[in-house]
Design a protein around this ligand. Structure first.
Ligand code: ADP
Ligand code: MG
Length: 222
């Protein structure tokens, strides 16, 4: 199995040696667990190593994401100007059309890494659960046609059980990573778990991670 670097120190180790190439990786967690930051690090790692990227943001505007990424030392403007990175702006009234745009953009710039942040945001515009599931599935079909590795996020509601918002995201994913922010005694602590990696061994432990001014750092031995 070919692997690529996640761009998150320590994460490759607990995944069993990196992100499996061509996988669809689901990253889920409640609000503020660092899902978007992880996406940024994943795309940035690729760009720094000659792999073009597409970032489909279904929540925040590209300008505001780039702003917060630059505060973490990731400067995307250069890559965007060079045509190596495309942020796809999201039109809530044409959700269905966004997948065609995604496919065309990936092909157009020969992207190797794709981010979809977040899948859960689709639910704000598609109320019908069946239709939503079908859309998530169709999205996975689009991605499977291409030679890309994808990180997609799902926002869990705090206190709700399950590892994704709609309970279907994990079925279209090859690998699943869950980020936890939970009360332990008098404080909240951050832990990360690799839930599954199709076709590979991986750490089964809960590991500590931190969000620093350079992004996420995972501690494989803690
Ligand atoms: N420079 C920083 N130092 C420490 N923590 C930070 C820093 N920047 C952001 N964070 C943390 O990251 C969180 C936001 O991460 P984000 O990726 O947007 O979460 P999510 O996408 O899961 O909602 C903030 O709530 C904050 O706790
Ligand atoms: Mg986010």
């Amino acid at each position: 199995m070919e692997r690529i670097a996640s761009g998150v120190p320590g994460l490759d180790e607990i995944l069993g040696g990196g992100v499996p190439k061509n996988h669809i990786v689901l990253v889920s967690g409640t609000c503020g667990t660092g899902k978007t930051i992880l996406c940024g690090q994943f795309i940035y790692e690729g760009l720094n190593n000659g792999e073009n990227g597409v970032y489909l943001s279904l929540e925040e505007q590209p300008e505001s994401i780039k702003d917060s990424f630059s505060r973490l030392g990731m400067n995307f403007d250069k890559y965007e100007k060079e045509g190596k990175l495309t942020f796809i702006k999201y039109d809530p009234y044409h959700v269905e059309g966004v997948f065609d745009i995604l496919e065309n953009t990936i092909t157009g710039i020969g992207a190797k890494r794709v981010v979809i942040d977040s899948i859960s945001a689709l639910g704000m515009h598609i109320k019908d659960k069946g239709e939503l599931r079908r859309m998530i599935f169709n999205l996975s079909l689009v991605l499977r046609k291409m030679d890309t590795t994808t990180v997609m996020t799902s926002e869990i509601i705090y206190g709700q059980s399950g590892i994704s918002r709609y309970g279907v995201e994990e079925f279209v994913a090859d690998s699943v990573i869950v980020l936890y922010y939970e009360k332990s005694e008098l404080m909240f602590s951050r832990t990360i778990q690799v839930w599954k990696v199709r076709g590979s061994n991986h750490s089964k432990k809960l590991h500590t991670y931190k969000i620093t001014n350079k992004g996420i750092v995972v501690y494989p031995t803690k």
